[in-house]
Design a protein around this ligand. Structure first.
Ligand code: KG4
Ligand code: ZN
Length: 326
């Protein structure tokens, strides 16, 4: 079974050809980071225009590189939700045109389901498992009982973790996206600044990160601060909260296997911390390769195949939505 997957939910234009037997046949990904950098964040209208400009040339590159005959595709997978609506519209329209031309079905994929199952591209996790989704738009904990069976346990009440990385980077004038930049600076600094760990002692699995951003702002506005030390302090606070909430979820559910997914799971300190907890036998962390942590079409293809196997296809008039819950 082979699918071509289209991912355009935010600022990455991505396509992948994936087989349930052979794995990744080919993939292409174009980041729009340079386009949005000067604005300090993603500009939705520009994002949609970039997707429109780049999808067809990228498909040609993918087919040239792989020598793949598009007629071998069994169905087209695409990200339906959540995401920037204009960007999703471009991807859905492209997927529909391909499906119509090739006379193949369309399979809608939930972006977060793609993130959760990104781990399976490398190695499967025995279900049930916990999923900590940490991306630019989401910071959520789920109990995954099986494919398509997700129990929401808690999540951020305000900013997503990736979003706070990006906002804190903007406060410090570091550029976009902030996550990789803060990750790099933090390695050169010490977590010297006393920052809050919001809701860390709250008994629920909910989180909050906007107060942390405000505390960083106060230090920046005070002037004369070290970007390296502030990055290290911010990151330490974020990871303390994520770890505490994750351990609480393990305690509440009795499930120790954890998929840590989404763009922020590319973070080097996060990976080291969860790796250490795994070595100590406290949890069993599964973190995708950084290329699969951030947005990509391979994860959409993987989830697309699982959905198609369960008979899920999209009607011809399907329309994207910015935020359908998982
Ligand atoms: O999953 P993703 O690519 O897109 C969404 O679905 O939102 O996540 C993007 C987010 C951005 O906020 C970016 O700053 C963050 O992931 N990110 C990181 C790192 N790499 C990307 N955050 C922390 N450390 C990183 N190394
Ligand atoms: Zn994402």
């Amino acid at each position: 079974m082979i699918t071509l997957a289209v991912e355009t939910s935010c600022d990455e234009t991505a396509l992948a050809i994936y087989s349930d037997k052979e794995g990744i046949i080919g993939e292409v990904l174009l980041s729009q980071a340079k386009v949005h950098e000067q604005f300090g964040g993603v500009v939705p209208e520009l994002s949609a225009r970039e997707h429109t400009k780049n999808l067809l040339p990228l498909l040609k590159v993918l087919l040239d590189r792989t020598g793949f005959d598009l007629k071998r595709v069994d169905f087209i997978s695409f990200t339906l939700t959540p995401g920037l609506i204009l960007s999703l519209v471009v991807g859905v329209s492209f997927a529909k045109a391909l499906a119509y031309t090739l006379k193949k079905p369309l399979v809608p994929v939930h972006h977060l389901e793609g993130h959760i199952y990104s781990v399976f591209v490398e190695r499967p996790i025995e279900e049930p498992f916990l999923a900590l989704v940490v991306s630019g738009g989401h910071t959520d904990l789920y109990l995954v009982e099986g494919f398509g069976k997700y129990r929401f346990l808690g999540g951020t009440l305000d900013d997503a973790v990736g979003e706070s990385y990006d906002k804190v980077a903007r406060l410090m004038g570091l550029g976009y996206p902030g996550g990789p930049i803060i990750d790099r600076l933090a390695r050169q600094g010490e977590p010297k600044y006393p920052l809050p760990r919001p809701m860390i002692d709250d008994p629920s699995l909910n989180m909050s990160f906007s107060g942390l951003k405000t505390a960083v702002r106060k230090i920046v506005e005070g002037g004369n601060y070290s970007k390296e030390d502030l990055s290290a302090s911010f990151q330490r606070a974020v990871l303390d909260v994520l770890e505490a909430k994750l351990l609480k979820a393990v305690e509440l559910t009795g499930v120790k296997r954890v998929a840590v997914v989404g763009g922020v799971s590319a973070n080097s300190e996060l990976r080291e911390r969860f790796q250490k907890l795994t070595e100590k036998g406290i949890i069993s962390a599964y973190i995708p390769h950084p290329r699969l942590s951030t947005d990509n079409a391979v994860m959409i293809a993987y989830a697309g195949i699982e959905r198609f196997k369960r008979g899920i296809t999209a009607p011809e008039d399907i329309n994207p939505e910015p935020n359908i819950p998982l």
